[in-house]
Design a protein around this ligand. Structure first.
Ligand SMILES: NC(=O)c1ccc[n+]([C@@H]2O[C@H](COP(=O)([O-])OP(=O)(O)OC[C@H]3O[C@@H](n4cnc5c(N)ncnc54)[C@H](OP(=O)(O)O)[C@@H]3O)[C@@H](O)[C@H]2O)c1
Length: 215
């Protein structure tokens, strides 16, 4: 797939490298330091472009910027209409916040009209994601979104990046994969497939999820 990574820092840079290694065509964009962006692109086998150009040429857009930079990133991306978006962000720091009772995913999806919004890669630290990529048994990356076909494409990318995708459902239903780390949520926890399936089952049945596993 043609992938644009908007914000190639710790999380976006990992994803860019993993997808380039997996044979995808990756462009990185949106940086204050353009020279560092170009150097990073070269090192990971991606191209560097400006956001509108990278996004315009992409099938999938990975949004991986600090929360307070989302507005500016979206402005520079121009149109996300019809693009599959993978949002890796967490609501830390400044910037407009989701109202109580609204997930960050639902809030951000509404900021990207026309995008085929998904959220993924947000629950584990960047260092841990690097450490466990391609490890067997695979570590889970939780995924949510309202567009089932978009999620199927994202699941392919998640597998190519070295993880096991597990679909939590719609953007309104994904509070357990959002910050902060806390009892009764999957955010910040390592999961493998069997235990992740128990979480999905519990959520669908309206039960509390089982305690986070210890491996
Ligand atoms: N780090 C983690 O462990 C982790 C884990 C899960 C999810 N997340 C979430 O993923 C998102 C990205 O986190 P990250 O840790 O990868 O961030 P990061 O390392 O700080 O990377 C941010 C990227 O955005 C670019 N950028 C462009 N304009 C910016 C601006 N105005 N302010 C800040 N950065 C700007 C930076 O490039 P320049 O520096 O050249 O501007 C950099 O490439 C966040 O929403 C975070 O909550 C992070």
């Amino acid at each position: 797939m043609r992938v644009a990574v908007v914000g190639a820092g710790r999380i976006g840079g990992n994803i860019a490298r993993q997808l380039a290694d997996g044979g995808h065509s990756v462009a990185v964009c949106f940086a204050r330091d353009q020279a560092a962006l170009r150097a990073r692109a070269e090192e990971i086998g991606a191209s560097a472009a400006d956001p509108a150009e990278a996004v315009g040429a992409a099938d999938v857009v990975v949004l991986s910027v600090p929360w307070d930079a989302i507005g500016s990133a979206l402005e520079q991306c121009a149109s996300l209409d019809g693009k599959i978006v993978i949002d890796t962000t967490n609501q830390y720091g400044a910037g407009p916040m989701p109202p109580a009772g609204t997930t960050a995913a639902a809030f951000n999806a509404a900021r990207m009209p026309g995008a085929r919004y998904t959220k993924c890669f947000n629950t584990l630290t960047s260092a841990f994601q690097i450490e466990v990529a391609h490890r067997e048994p695979r570590v889970v990356q939780w995924l949510c979104g309202d567009d089932v076909e978009a999620k199927e494409s994202v699941a392919i990318l998640v597998r190519d990046a070295g993880y096991e995708p597990v679909d939590l459902g719609a953007v309104e239903d994904c509070a357990v994969m959002e910050a902060p780390r806390r009892a009764g949520a999957v955010y910040g926890e390592e999961y493998r497939l069997a235990e992740a399936e128990q979480v999905v089952e519990a959520l669908r049945a309206g039960r509390p999820i089982p305690s986070a596993p210890r491996y």
